[in-house]
Design a protein around this ligand. Structure first.
Ligand code: SF4
Length: 710
């Protein structure tokens, strides 16, 4: 390879789950790394959003961790890698001897690659615990649960390309692709609308998605602006409308009776659940005119192909599994699954959140979603690995955090920032600071979590190493890195191999990511047919069971991957958020992300381009609420919940409903997660980040810190 070739690589954007291809050009000096378009990239064909274009800005940032750090007497000192590894091994062995393997927790990272997450979950299981999880718990754990249980796989049923070509209706509920998946929104969804498709958006907030589809005077866009936490009643109005119309005119095609009969079970349960359902009362509860919901129901049911897109507005609720189940119900009764342009499709947030789950960095599943408590599946993985895996599911990351000081005493965090991402963040900090005996953080920056660590390991960035990532429509793609910029940093894979080898002697001796991938595919049936060679530049969609398979663009053409091959319909009833407004906290607080920022902001706050647009947090307040409180646009206000308070600038806007306020989790000085409620969906254990009771206090001084860069 010539030196010119070595300096320019085709890789994948490190931000959202769309998986856009970009080129990275290494500079001669630190800070000179450049982004370049990759014109024939398979997903985006050269288009790029603001985040992708700015992605290289943080690679050579002056804040990069460059050497291992060990905390002594409350202060960090530079350490050698030998010292760092010795401390990690000593502490992990001590914790296992003093307590038990389940006293450790492991956080994988949706910002890191399949091979790295595969090895981290193997490390946890070799240590003797299934306490391993990743940030999907905060975003789509409930979606994954519902899709896996009712259809078979915890992923998009379809692919963006077939949706653009075939879908007549895009039903987008609780998702904001205009802001969070900009290239999917512009290149696929908006393109389809320009060619005649219709968008029905269900969201409490009028956002960039809303604006992006207000294309002309036609009725090809509807926005049902519901109150947070009323998704189940809204969908029940839709489903009941379809059932009623079918009763009135059975031949009009309101439901797909053959599909229901041959490919599903549970339809009777759905009908019984809705037998005494009051549509008028439900529409009022949702805050949406009944006739608008009925019109949306008609458009969905009468489409040739209707596709549902689901986001965190659906999943981040204590009824998150049931929210998504009701979307599945709607798709199944109308036969909108198993064909191009249909299905139920979660838009995944981080560039590898899909892959991190696929490779088993979750407490209840092994690679390829094989259940840990399924003896046959577990034993086949054990045979390949050469050690036994605990047969009971472990704790999720929120459960690990909640158990600190009780059953959990040590934490290994790779590339995550739980101090900012956990709900009720002040409590999480309290436990990590005062109750945790050992914290190891492996990252590229001194994150808010790393500040509390005993040992911090400097990792390399996405642009400096190779591996694979899996995008939101199950496409596994290769990332390729240029030379690393800081000599004493190490790749995540190298670090885990070294820790694993020192702890266990064998099972973690790999030369490179490709060698890890070769082991991964042996224990991950949905990826068995893939090799680095066959992935090439286009990548492959899973499932890809045998070498030579081309992977599936859409799932369930013949049958579902459930035990009996049938899609599972199950009627669900309204479950209000666990905390509703009262006299003390009269507003509903809801949260979401911004186009220019990324989760806890570790990377995006350090990008001059990205932080310029939104250098600090803010709260959206409806004009009528603003008038009641005496708030002018731009005033600083204190937003308070039972768990904490943040001071932010008020943005007075009709984009939000009266009685609802809206803010973001990206800013360390004023994160929404100081306010959010640490209550979980019973099955998926996802926190209810989308609805809490809140109050506003006016007449306060600004307290937000300056962004890391201006
Ligand atoms: Fe990156 Fe997502 Fe933007 Fe594509 S849409 S460039 S993957 S942030």
């Amino acid at each position: 390879m010539s030196s010119q070739d070595q300096r320019q690589v085709k890789t994948i954007c490190p931000y959202c789950g769309v998986g856009c291809g970009i080129k990275v050009l290494e500079g001669d000096e630190p800070g000179e790394m450049r982004f370049m378009p990759w014109a024939d990239a398979p997903v985006n064909e050269g288009s790029i959003c603001i985040k992708g274009g700015a992605a290289t800005q943080v690679v050579d940032h002056e804040d990069r961790l460059t050497d291992p750090l060990i905390k002594e007497d409350g202060e960090f000192r530079e350490a050698t890698w030998e010292e760092a590894y010795d401390l990690i091994v000593d502490e992990m062995e001590r914790i296992r001897e003093e307590y038990e393997p389940d006293a450790m927790g492991f956080f994988g990272s949706s910002k890191t690659m399949n091979e790295e997450n595969y090895l981290l979950q193997k490390l946890a299981r070799r240590y003797g615990t299934n306490n391993v999880d990743n940030c999907t718990r905060m975003c789509h754990a409930s979606t994954v649960w519902a899709l896996r249980t009712s259809l078979g796989a915890g992923a998009m049923t379809n692919s963006m390309a077939d949706l653009e070509e075939a879908a007549d209706i895009f039903w987008i509920q609780g998702a904001n692709p205009g802001e969070q998946h900009p290239i999917a929104n512009s290149q696929y969804f908006r393109q389809a609308v320009l060619e005649g498709a219709t968008v029905i958006q269900v969201d409490p907030h009028a956002n960039k998605t809303t604006k992006s589809f207000q294309i002309d005077e036609t009725d090809r866009h509807m926005h049902l602006q519901l109150k947070p936490g009323t998704d189940i009643p809204l969908l029940n109005v839709v489903i009941k409308t379809i059932l009623e119309r079918h009763e009135e005119d059975p031949d009009a095609g309101w439901i797909d009776e053959d599909f229901i009969e041959e490919r599903t079970e549970g339809f009777e349960h759905l009908k019984e659940t809705l037998a005494d359902f009051d549509k008028e009362a439900a529409a009022e509860e949702c805050g949406v005119p009944l006739e608008d919901i009925e019109l949306a129901a008609e458009k969905y049911a009468m489409a040739n192909n209707a596709a549902i897109f689901t986001g965190m507005g659906m999943s981040q609720h204590t009824c998150g599994v049931d929210n998504v189940q009701n979307e599945i119900n709607l798709a199944l009764i109308t036969g909108n699954v198993g064909r191009p342009g249909t299905g139920v499709n979660p838009l995944r947030g981080q560039n590898n959140v899909q892959g991190t789950c696929d490779v088993g960095a979750m407490p209840n599943v092994l690679p390829g979603y094989q259940l840990v408590d399924d003896d046959e599946a577990r034993e086949s993985v054990e045979e390949e690995w050469g050690f036994e895996v605990p047969p009971e599911p472990g704790l999720t990351n929120v459960e690990i955090s909640n158990a600190i000081g009780d059953s959990v005493h040590g934490l290994y965090v790779m590339g995550e920032n739980p101090v900012m991402s956990e709900p009720d963040a002040n409590e999480a900090i309290e436990r990590i600071e005062n109750e945790l005996e050992f914290l190891c953080v492996q990252d590229i920056f001194m994150t808010e979590t790393a500040e509390y660590a005993d040992v911090v390991l400097p990792a390399t960035t996405w642009a400096e190493r190779g591996g694979t990532v899996t995008n939101t429509d199950r496409r596994v793609q290769r990332m390729r890195g240029v030379h690393k910029g800081h000599e004493n940093t190490k790749h995540d894979l190298e670090i885990i191999c070294e820790v694993g080898t020192r702890l266990f002697g064998e099972g973690f001796d790999f030369d490179d990511a490709e060698e890890v991938f070769e082991e991964l595919r042996q224990v991950c049936p949905i990826m068995y047919g893939m090799t680095y060679d066959s992935l090439g530049e286009e990548g492959l969609h899973w499932p890809c069971y045998e070498p030579g398979d081309e992977g599936d663009q859409f799932l369930y053409e013949e049958s579902f991957d459930t035990e009996n091959g049938l899609g599972q319909i199950e009627g669900v009833r309204h479950q209000p958020p666990k905390e509703v407004p009262d006299e003390e906290y009269p507003l509903v607080l809801t949260t979401a992300r911004l186009e220019e920022h990324y989760n806890t902001g570790t990377m995006s706050r350090r990008s001059p381009t990205l932080s310029r647009q939104h250098p600090e947090n803010f709260v959206d307040v409806h004009p009528n609420d603003a008038a009641r409180y005496g708030i002018e646009d731009g005033d600083y206000v204190k937003v308070k919940s039972r768990r904490g308070e943040i001071t932010v600038k008020a943005q007075v806007t009709e984009a939000i409903k009266e009685g609802v306020i809206w803010t973001t989790p990206h800013f360390a000085a004023a994160s929404a997660n100081v306010l959010t409620n640490n209550v979980l969906d019973e099955r998926a254990k996802i926190p209810e980040d989308k609805a809490a009771a809140a109050e506003i206090e006016v007449g306060v001084e600004p307290t937000q810190a300056e962004p890391a860069d201006d």
